[in-house]
Design a protein around this ligand. Sequence first.
Ligand code: NI
Length: 386
Amino acid sequence: MPVKNRFSELLPEITAWRRDLHENPEILFETHRTSAIVAEKLGEFGCDEVVTGIGRTGVVGVIKGKTDTSGKVIGLRADMDALPIHEATGLEYASKTDGAMHACGHDGHTAMLLGAAKYLSETRNFDGTVVVIFQPAEEGGGGGREMCADGMMERWGIQEVYGMHNWPGKPVGSFAIRSGPFFAATDQFEVVIEGKGGHAAKPQEAIDPVVAGAHMVTALQSIVSRNADPVRQIVVSVTSFETSSKAFNVIPQRVHVKGTVRTLGNDMRDLGEERFKAVVSQTVAAFGAQAQINWIKGYPSMVNHDAQTEFAAEVATAVAGSCDDAPLVMGGEDFAYMLEERPGAYILVGNGDTASVHHPEYNFDDDAIPAGCSWWAEVVERRMPA
Ligand code: NI
């Protein structure tokens, strides 16, 4: 079964929503206009319940099927926020807000889930309840975590949850998924190495934090090459290294280091943190300096559940004719928190030949809308058949 005809009919309307969102991007939790539009449309579609202010600016809509003998409740989630990027697409509907841009296609995600909500409200051809979840602050703010913390899963009795992201470089409307760890945990670190400043010509009187820091940076790569199982995934990137001196002839008092550790799977995440702290403190100590470590926990690794992944792939195959194996992704995804609370799956939908996500020339391809909407609708109709 290819895409649902209804979504081909709705394509101009859904595209218009998408382009309006694209023109008016909002960052992190500041999705006030977007959330208001989403809530208004869900109301117009005839959703049984629309609630705003979940996870600060998140929106939840409830759509009951023709019957509810199954007692099943499925959550479908889209993200709404944009990025602090200056758009360079030159599109007629390019961002009107300087320094904000829908560079990750969350405008497309929101529009596709709205399209599915419209169809599901019209047809209600399922036995159970759908909860559509529109979250703010996917890009680093933890909007999904906040919605969970507000008790969303319990309040609506959500039993399973599904998510979708567009994927540039993959044919438009095709799908890819994988079971198990899929997106990385995105922890960050700050290290202050305290030495003893002095004259650059008298190192014997100083404790040089630059030399200690340089050895530390090099030693950190041994976590990947010597501590981690070589077939597992971990990335350690030092992205900032600043000394407290600007002079040619001064050994600085301290060095500030920043970076990120990306891991797939909770065991690798724990290993990364434990080894990071040991390597930093002991390497720096070997040079007589002291390290102060600030470990900042980011999103957990996003892990797809087996049964729901298999089902999601079946649905994708029904819509698009096939479903590919997705690559492992070392980027983060806030949907991880929802998958920690409930079984579910996250799928990629192809977005064709555009710049990569988070690039100033990226744009969501509206031709992916019928496939994306059909996948949402089919997840519901097949998981809770009428
Ligand atoms: Ni994204």
